[in-house]
Design a binder for this molecule. Structure first.
Ligand code: MG
Length: 293
């Protein structure tokens, strides 16, 4: 399933090749399925198997009775981020060797981890705002891993059982400010956490729809021009390794998300740009860049 959150707060699922959006509660009710249903993409992903069966049944009934068409919304109906306020955004820096090198950094032998504030998140097709004092700001297209459960000291073998889905993330970074902060020996927290610097979406894709995330394309375009092209098999630390590593330090929790790092090709964004992160099998996350007023 590809799960979305409509701006009015309704959980929706994509339907058909065109990926029209079907509001879940309305579809189940119209088909006579009155059992309680999840209301958020995260909860829906945690019980994906059951919900998927109920929706298959409901859409079959709605198709037969001719009611489905009335419920379907266009693919680009206004949406929020599928996880508008993740429990934590655990971001991994320099997880692709070529990207570490392009910024003049050594290839790390253990994961570089920082926290990105959940308040930086915006949804698909929402604007990224640049303050006029900020200097160079870079895009970073990334695969985002969504955890449906957690725990402490999770083994690499058990790690993938915590994952309930994936989406696209743009780890927007005030690069110039980050370098100044790091030059003073300060954390780079501020440079990663300006309002709107965390576009996330467009859908939460459940694990059954993306069974093998280990070799998929992660790319990014600015104004239609390809800027980043990588594959997840180029990650230095794999998804199970990251989960095992993080859970040695602290207990992971449902709703934590892991931004798995960006492939090479990072570069600046300026006002007027349209930036698109694409993760193969997941979708395209579009954001327009505007000046902060
Ligand atoms: Mg990043």
């Amino acid at each position: 399933m590809k799960l979305a959150l409509l701006v009015d707060g309704q959980l929706a699922v994509t339907f058909g090749e065109e990926e029209q959006l079907l509001p879940v509660a309305a579809a189940l009710a119209a088909a006579g399925d009155m059992a309680p249903a999840p209301t958020t993409p995260l909860d829906a992903a945690c019980e994906a198997e059951m919900l998927s069966k109920r929706l298959d049944r409901a859409t079959a009934i709605l198709l037969e009775t001719g009611k489905l068409e009335d419920l379907l919304l266009p693919p680009f109906a206004p949406r929020l981020a599928p996880i508008p306020r993740p429990n934590r955004i655990l971001a991994i820096g320099r997880n692709y060797a070529e990207h570490a090198k392009e910024l003049g950094n050594a290839v790390p032998d253990e994961p570089v981890v920082f926290l990105k504030a959940s308040q930086s998140v915006i949804g698909p097709d929402q604007e990224v705002f640049l303050p006029d004092w900020v200097g160079r700001v870079d895009y970073e297209g990334e695969l985002l891993v969504v955890l449906g459960s957690g725990g402490k000291n999770i083994s690499e073998d058990d790690a993938m059982s915590c994952v309930v889905g994936y989406t696209c993330f743009n780890d927007i970074t005030a690069r110039e400010r980050s370098k100044i902060l790091q030059g003073k020996g300060h954390p780079w927290f501020l440079a990663k956490n300006l309002d709107t610097f965390g576009p996330l979406g467009p859908h939460l894709v459940t694990v059954d729809a993306l069974p093998d995330p280990t070799n998929i394309g992660v790319s990014l375009r600015v104004n239609g021009e390809m800027r980043q092209e990588g594959r997840t098999n180029q990650m230095i630390h794999s998804i199970p390794k990251l989960i095992a590593y993080l859970s040695r330090w602290f207990a992971l929790e449902k709703g934590d998300v892991i931004a798995t790092g960006t492939p090479p090709g990072v570069g600046p964004l300026v006002v007027g740009d349209l930036v698109e992160v694409e993760v193969e099998g997941v979708g395209i996350l579009r954001s327009a860049v505007s000046a902060e007023s």
